[in-house]
Structure formats: structure tokens, C-alpha cells
Design a protein around this ligand. Structure first.
Ligand SMILES: [Zn+2]
Ligand SMILES: [Zn+2]
Length: 393
């Protein structure tokens, strides 16, 4: 038996009944931005909110101090589909919630609250996962490795954006930390004794800039200088930089890593310093699940929102890609602002704390809850989703 319109209306009403709680959580997280792996307050607030609604909560869950897991059995028994509701809450260093993860955290909590209110309607289990470190570090990969996604049949979340978009193209991505080590010397007294580590960073940035000319449309490389010396009269013996490399083509991405390594080696050789490269926090391309996407689309259209389609010029990365390679996953976007607002900007940060963002957060909570209900009350859809995941007709 599929989820009835009446049950879905009850999900919307349950979200509406929790309006104040959801909107307040979004505002609090927005006003207290915490970067990747340091989301102590957000994790505590999220955990507290779902515990209040009957979830058995673990904080921390697994090795990450700010990861949360909350579990709630259906009123008709725990045997049945196990549906994951995901929530990110990390912010961007120096900017705040320029990716709007406060709205995602609040909508995930809102969906969890609605499902708790409707638990008598289903068998199975709702598993809420608070997932740290999306902007850097790919926290979800740690949670996958810790077994926190084991046994789940679907992973659902909503990401805010400047358009309504069901699908997503994600670039494979990796964080790259580069350290050059030279020899310090008095920059005026005996510069010939020095080996300038900052020179290597400058050369690397130039090499990356030239490399970019030959990169295909689907590839990206970008970075910042983290440490460039300590005083103008000391030749820097240490300089560090942080980059990200990305591509929608997993195979090409692997080749980019090797090329980047070569650029670092070349810069080190030219500056006569040592160079070290550390890759970490890898995220993969996305495997969208058409069955889950179809359910989301139907719920979204019933709410009067249409899929505007993926804009191939505006693509990013997410550790939801990693999840999507393990179980049926979707990563839909709903607009919290007008088209053309640049993401990871002051404008997008401010857009994430407006009445319009709040309304979208509430709608997203409803759509996530309704899509979860579709799966919970009709396990044949879970079978279909896994079939699609495996590439079977
Ligand atoms: Zn984001
Ligand atoms: Zn982001």
C-alpha cells in the first residue's frame, strides 16, 4: 500500500506543528557557525531536538566527535525499511553559513520530528544521521567506515540553493595540503644562505594557473596560501598551501592527482626546497537513484515546485557522492533565494537566514518526511530503489 495523500498531509501538518522549533534551530545554527569537525554546538542542538521527540540518540556516533545518530522504530515494529535522514551543519571558515547548512540541519530535524509523530503508520526504522565536515574532510566517509550507514535502505537530505533541482552532478574532489620546507636566513644579512619555501608556493600557484588553461570543462583546481612565512626579514623556511582538485570524471580525477604531485615536485626543485603533498577527505562523483528521485519529484510537484534541472555550469562536490556509491541516495536542491546568487558568498550566507529560507526549510522537512513515508509504508519501493542502484531494470 503506497503512502496516501492523507498520510502525506499529516506529515506536512506535523512539520507545521513543529514550525517554531525548526525555524529556531536554523537561526541558532546560522548565528553560531562552526567549521568542519568543530560543530559541537550544532551537533548538541540537533541531538537534543530529536531526543525530545523520542529518538534514541548517540553523540558522538563513531569516531567523529560531532557526528550524531538517532534511531526511532516504527509503531508497527522495527522490521521493515531503514531510512536514513541526513543533516549537515558545518560552516565555512571566515564566512559562516555560506552553504546554508543551517537550513539542511533544521529540515532534517524537522523531517525526523514529523516521522516520529507518524510512527504508528509504519514498520521499520528511521535513522537520523548528523553528518559533520562536508565542506572539508568528507565526514560521511568516516561514518561509512564506522558502519553508521550499515543496513540503511536509503539516504535522504535536502541542500539549499538558488534553484529547485532534483538531480545533482557532483565532482570527485580531494583536499590537498602542500608543505614546502627550506632553510631560514637573514633576508638582508645573508640571503644566500636561505632556501625560500615561499618561492615554491609562488611557483606552484603559477604552475596551477598555467595548468588550468589545459583543463577540460569538468575539472577544477583552486587553492589558498595558508602559511607564507613569519617576518619580512626572515627567508621563510616553511610555507604551506591548501588546494582542492575536482572533476566529474572519476578516471580523469585520478590522473589530476598525479599531475598535481608533479607540479609540487617541480616547484620544490626550482626553489631548491623539499615539497610534501598530502591528499585527504576524498569525495566521489554522485550516483543518483532514479526511484528515490521519482518519489521526491512527485512530492515536490504536489507542493507546487517544479524541477528546474541541473545547471551544468554550477556544480560542486559533496561527500553524499561517497554515500551514493553504497546505497540508494538523492541530493536534491530547493531554492532559498533567486537565481544567480553566488554560493559560498556573503549573499548566500545572508540568504540562509531569511523568511524565504525558513519556508523552504519547512517545505524540505515535509518533502523528506513524505519521501521517507513512501518507502516506509511501501517496501516494494525499497526493492525497486535497490534494483535501480544495482543497475537492474
Ligand atoms: Zn553544502
Ligand atoms: Zn558548500
Amino acid at each position: 500500500m503506497p503512502a496516501t495523500p492523507e498520510l502525506k498531509a499529516r506529515a506536512a501538518a506535523a512539520v507545521e506543528a513543529a514550525r517554531a522549533e525548526i525555524v529556531d534551530l536554523s537561526a541558532r545554527i546560522h548565528a553560531n557557525p562552526e567549521p568542519a569537525f568543530e560543530e559541537q554546538r550544532a551537533a548538541a542542538w540537533v541531538a537534543e531536538a530529536i531526543a525530545r521527540h523520542g529518538y534514541a540518540v548517540e553523540l558522538p556516533a563513531g569516531r567523529l566527535a560531532t557526528a550524531v545518530r538517532g534511531r526511532l522504530a516504527g509503531g508497527k515494529g522495527v522490521k521493515g525499511p531503514r531510512i536514513g535522514i541526513l543533516a549537515e551543519y558545518d560552516a565555512l571558515p571566515g564566512l559562516g553559513h555560506g552553504c546554508g547548512h543551517n537550513t539542511m540541519a533544521a529540515s532534517g530535524v524537522g523531517a525526523a520530528i514529523a516521522l516520529a509523530a507518524l510512527r504508528d503508520a509504519f514498520a521499520g526504522e528511521v535513522v537520523f544521521l548528523g553528518t559533520p565536515a562536508e565542506e572539508r574532510g568528507s565526514g560521511k566517509q568516516f561514518m561509512l567506515d564506522d558502519g553508521l550507514f550499515d543496513g540503511l535502505d536509503a539516504a535522504l537530505l535536502f541542500h539549499p540553493g538558488d534553484r529547485d533541482m532534483v538531480g545533482s552532478i557532483l565532482l570527485a574532489s580531494e583536499d590537498v595540503d602542500v608543505t614546502f620546507t627550506g632553510r631560514a636566513a637573514h633576508a638582508a644579512g645573508e640571503p644566500w644562505e636561505g632556501k625560500n619555501a615561499l618561492d615554491a608556493v609562488v611557483l606552484l600557484l603559477q604552475a596551477v594557473g598555467l595548468w588550468r588553461q589545459q583543463l577540460p570543462q569538468h575539472a577544477r583546481v583552486h587553492g589558498i596560501v595558508v602559511e607564507g612565512g613569519t617576518a619580512a626579514n626572515i627567508i621563510p623556511d616553511r610555507a604551506t598551501a591548501r588546494f582542492m582538485i575536482r572533476s566529474t570524471d572519476q578516471a580523469y580525477f585520478e590522473a589530476m592527482r598525479e599531475r598535481f604531485r608533479a607540479l609540487v615536485a617541480g616547484a620544490a626543485m626550482m626553489a631548491d626546497v623539499a615539497g610534501e603533498v598530502v591528499f585527504s577527505g576524498g569525495s566521489t562523483t554522485m550516483k543518483d537513484n532514479p526511484v528515490l528521485a521519482g518519489l521526491w519529484t512527485a512530492n515536490m510537484e504536489a507542493a507546487g515546485r517544479d524541477d528546474e534541472g541541473v545547471d551544468p555550469e554550477h556544480i560542486g562536490s559533496s561527500d553524499m557522492g561517497n554515500v551514493s556509491l553504497v546505497l540508494p541516495t538523492i541530493h536534491p536542491t530547493l531554492a532559498i533565494c533567486d537565481h544567480g546568487v553566488p554560493w559560498h558568498s556573503i549573499e548566500s550566507r545572508d540568504a540562509a537566514a531569511t523568511p524565504r529560507a525558513d519556508e523552504t526549510t519547512l517545505l524540505a522537512a515535509t518533502l523528506v518526511a513524505q519521501t521517507a513515508l513512501d518507502l516506509l509504508v511501501d517496501p516494494s519501493l525499497v526493492v525497486d530503489a535497490w534494483r535501480a542502484f544495482r543497475g537492474e531494470a
